[in-house]
Design a protein around this ligand. Sequence first.
Ligand code: PEP
Ligand code: MN
Length: 364
Amino acid sequence: MIRVGTRFTVSPPFAIPTPLILVLQAGADRAARDRIVRRVEELGFRASPVEGASPPVLCVLGADGRTDPSLFRALPGVERVIPLGKPYPLVSRESRRGDAAVAVRDLRIGAGSFVTIAGPCAVEDRETTFAIARAVRDAGAAVLRGGAFKPRSSPYAFRGLGEEGLRILAEAGGEFGLAVVTEVMEARDVGLVSRYADLLQVGSRNMQNYALLAEVGRSGKPVLLKRGMAATIEDLLLSAEHVAEAGGRDVILCERGVRGFDDATRNLLDLAAVPALKRLTPLPVIVDPSHATGRAELVAPMAKAAVCAGADGVMIEVHPAPDRAKSDGRQALLPEAFAALLRDLGPLVALEGKTLAEPSRVRA
Ligand code: PEP
Ligand code: MN
C-alpha cells in the first residue's frame, strides 16, 4: 500500500501520481547523475535532482502506481528507490535541503527573512497610491501591493484600472524603492502584468486555474500563490506543483482564510496551516490577515499571531480613507495603525529568529 497525500490510501496499480525518489550511490558524480537522468528519460519519465542532497538524490516525475520501481533499481549508480508518498515532489520538503528563499528584486523572502507587503486593495488613482506607498515605505514595508485587475464577487463592483493601474503601481514602487506585487487573473495577461510587477499574485479564486498556474510558472517571475477559499493544504501544494512543473520554482504561499460558517469574520484564518505547510514544503509561507478577517480591528492581532505561527511575512491592506476606498475599505488599516503594527511586529520577528527583509538600495 502506498499513501498518496494525506487523505486517502490506494494500492498500486492505479494511475495515481506516485513520485519516486532515487538515492544514488554515495560517490556518484555529476556525469554519473546525468547518465541516470538520461536513462530515466529514455524510460519515458522526467528526473529532477534534489538540491543539496548527499548522497545525491533524484526525483522521478511522471511515475504512478503502475510504475515498476525495479526499472530504476536496475540502473547502474542507483542505490535505493523510495516512493515519496506525496504527489507534489517539486515543492515537497524532500525536494531540497533547508528552507527556500525566494528572490523578489533585491529582497530575499523566506529562510529566515520576513517580508511585509502592504498597500491598497486596488490601485484607485495616482495620488492615493503614491501617498500609500510613501506611508508604508516610511513604516518599514518592503513590497507594495495593489490590484489593477480585481476579481470581484459582483460584476458591478470596481474591477480595477487595468494597465493604467499597473503603470501607477510600478511608478509608485520605483519612486519609493519598493518591489511591487499585483494580481494576474488570466493566462493571456501574464506577459502584460510581468512587464510591471516584480512578483505575480495568483488570487484565491484562481488557485486552481491550471492554465494560469502554468503561464505564471513559465514567466520567469516569482509567484505569490494564495490559498483558495475552499482549498485544502494539499490542494494548495498541488497548485504550487503546477507552477513549479512549468518552470516556476520561486513560489511564495499565502494563507488568507477559508470559508467558515460564521459571518462574524469574512473568512476563517487557518493559522495552523502555517506550521502545517512548513513541515511539508520548504517554500516561504505568508499570511494575509486583511482578507482573512475582513475587519480592520482584527488585522493587527492576527498579524502578530501569524509571526508567532512561523509565517515568513504578512500582506496587509492600507488606505488613508477606508470609508472612501473603492474596495475592501472595511478591512483596510489607516497608515498610522499600520506603522504601529510594524513597530509591534519587529520584536516578534526577532523572537522567531528572523530578520526583516529590507530593500538594499538607497531609499527615496
Ligand atoms: C487580493 O489580495 O487582492 C485578493 C483579492 O485576495 P484573495 O484572492 O485572497 O481574495
Ligand atoms: Mn482586497
